[in-house]
Design a protein. Structure first.
Length: 80
């Protein structure tokens, strides 16, 4: 997956996240929708992490194609 594909994926996930968040503030979410929102948030974190990895590798003169999606436990455990 190249940078453009990652950014396209992020864009799609952000749209879905916003739709679910609007529903949450309006009519509320059922359990399935809540679970989907949580999954979207995790996938967004993974995509942003992958994009940062790719950029860091490129800036360090390394092959960005060696960057990999990290597991949920890794990307969700970052301190901000």
């Amino acid at each position: 997956m190249d940078d453009k594909q990652v950014l396209d994926r992020i864009g799609g996930l952000v749209e879905e996240e916003h739709t679910l968040e609007r529903q949450a503030t309006g009519e509320g979410l059922d359990e399935q929708q809540k679970a989907r929102l949580h999954e979207v948030e995790i996938q967004l974190d993974q995509c942003w992490d992958l994009l940062r990895q790719r950029r860091a590798r490129r800036n360090a003169g390394q092959d960005p194609e060696t960057a990999r999606v990290r597991p949920e436990g890794t990307v969700e455990g970052y301190l901000q």
